[in-house]
Ligand binder design. Structure first.
Ligand code: G3D
Ligand code: MG
Length: 192
């Protein structure tokens, strides 16, 4: 193995969107995880092999509750290299709140790469013709528009992907995209 990297990444987004389910699906059964009581976060480590040359070790932090103490949130974010920002495609409020999560992330970590994840696509209706503005669910197009909006507003690289933690669809790719973004950020930095 030529290159091996260690990154701390955080899972953020409203309660109930599927952060823990995504992490569990990604890691399978046999993983090391620990609960850090003082900040109410789960902490787990996972290796990703991007190629024969590149191995990435993720320290994944997942806020168990949503504690609102500033000090707690600061320790949760400290040293973070990137984030998976998750919303629930069946709940528009969680989609709208992504902007607040981005604000908190950028305030605490500076500009780090983000994978924007629309989760629970197994529950979404397949047909949307014509689009109904009163519906609560969020389409793939709307997710792509949000991605471009957040990218411009916060000036950070964002990849958008839709997943189902239930069926496992796109769960591995979501974490792999983040690994790619982080490697890319490092290489760009090293080359200047
Ligand atoms: P959180 O960690 O973001 O708070 P959880 O969210 O991972 O605890 O998930 C909240 C609920 O949504 C859980 O249901 C979980 O099983 C469900 N869920 C998560 N991801 C998906 C998905 O992709 N599809 C479907 N259908 N359900 C999902 P319960 O009933 O256990 O509370
Ligand atoms: Mg959780």
């Amino acid at each position: 193995m030529k290159n091996s990297y260690l990154f701390k990444v955080v899972l953020i987004g409203d309660g109930g969107v599927g952060k823990t389910a995504l992490r569990r699906k990604f890691m399978g059964e046999g993983f090391d995880s620990a609960y850090i009581m003082t900040i109410g976060a789960d902490f787990a480590v996972m290796d990703i092999k991007l190629s024969d040359e590149v191995q990435v070790k993720f320290q994944i932090w997942d806020l168990a509750g949503q504690p609102h103490f500033k000090a707690v949130r600061e320790s949760f974010y400290r040293g973070t290299s990137g984030a998976l920002l998750v919303y629930d495609v069946m709940r528009r409020s969680t989609f709208k709140n992504t902007v607040f999560w981005m604000e908190e992330l950028v305030k605490n970590t500076g500009k780090v790469p983000v994978v924007l994840v629309g989760n629970k696509i197994d529950l979404r209706p397949k047909i949307d013709t014509p689009p109904d503005p009163s519906r609560d669910w969020v389409s793939n197009e709307e997710g792509q528009i949000l991605k471009r909006y957040l990218e411009e507003k916060f000036d950070v690289p964002i990849v958008f992907i839709e997943t189902s933690a239930k069926t496992g669809e796109n769960v591995q790719p979501a974490f792999q995209e983040l690994a790619q973004l982080l490697i890319y950020a490092i290489r760009k930095y090293q080359s200047v």
